[in-house]
Design a protein around this ligand. Structure first.
Ligand code: C5P
Length: 219
């Protein structure tokens, strides 16, 4: 394949708690390109809608808010609103994000920003639909999976509640079902994606494998 002159883009997709955030961060550091955390952008919009007192089910109101919001991503991948970094870890951000993420106009605004970022800086883009919708022509596409049991154990450890692994396993299984069957940007591997599993491999081993694929795609 001919060397590409546009900045390098790697897109990583996969179910919740598959370890993709860690892998994406380490890979970005290794390749020297910024991490584009698309979930953080949905979280920022979700919080902005929440703070404005909007009904998160109201598509028109949330879309108008998303379109008028001074939202940006800095060259190092920090999501800002009105020039200030957003505290996207806030407890309510994740659920607000998933509620506003179903509105097509919200997705359209964020996808445009993500594509502009990739064109300008190159990136390791992480998140649902980055391989299928945002960067289907990325240099390397990765779908990182893991068994529900491993993901539940990981999530339980992250939450400091290892005794709740069973409960998380049930939650994860039903979220997988919902995510894979939803009408807007369902979770599924893109054609041609490198399919990896974090069940048996460490993040470092996965990064190594992806870096090898990048080397082959962009010699
Ligand atoms: O990845 P993270 O947990 O930060 O994403 C929060 C929510 O934003 C997800 O549960 C999903 O509903 C939504 N999202 C999305 N498309 C993306 C990234 C996140 O719909 N590319």
């Amino acid at each position: 394949m001919a060397p590409t002159l546009s900045p390098m883009i790697v897109a990583i997709d996969g179910p919740a708690a598959s370890g993709k955030s860690t892998v994406a961060r380490l890979l970005g550091e290794r390749l020297g390109v910024p991490l584009l955390n698309t979930g953080a952008m949905y979280r920022a919009v979700g919080l902005a809608c929440l703070d404005a007192g909007l009904d998160l089910e109201d598509a028109a109101a949330c879309e108008a808010r998303a379109n008028s919001l001074d939202l940006d991503v800095t060259s190092v991948g920090v999501v800002t609103v009105e020039g200030q970094p957003v505290a996207v870890e806030r407890e309510e951000a994740g659920s607000a994000a998933s509620r506003v993420a179903v509105h097509p106009g919200v997705r359209a605004r964020l996808v445009a920003l993500q594509q502009e970022f990739g064109r300008r800086y190159g990136c390791v883009a992480e998140g649902r639909d980055t391989t299928t919708v945002v960067f289907p022509d990325a240099d390397v596409l990765v779908f990182l999976a893991a068994s529900p049991r491993i993901r539940a154990e990981r999530r339980a450890r992250q939450e400091g509640a290892p005794e709740r692994a069973e409960e998380y396993a049930r939650e994860i299984a039903s979220r997988d079902e919902r995510d894979a069957s939803r009408a807007v940007a369902p979770l599924r591997p893109a054609p041609g994606a490198l399919r990896l599993s974090s069940d048996e491999a460490t993040p470092e081993q996965l990064v190594e494998r992806i870096a090898q694929a990048v080397e082959e795609a962009c010699p």
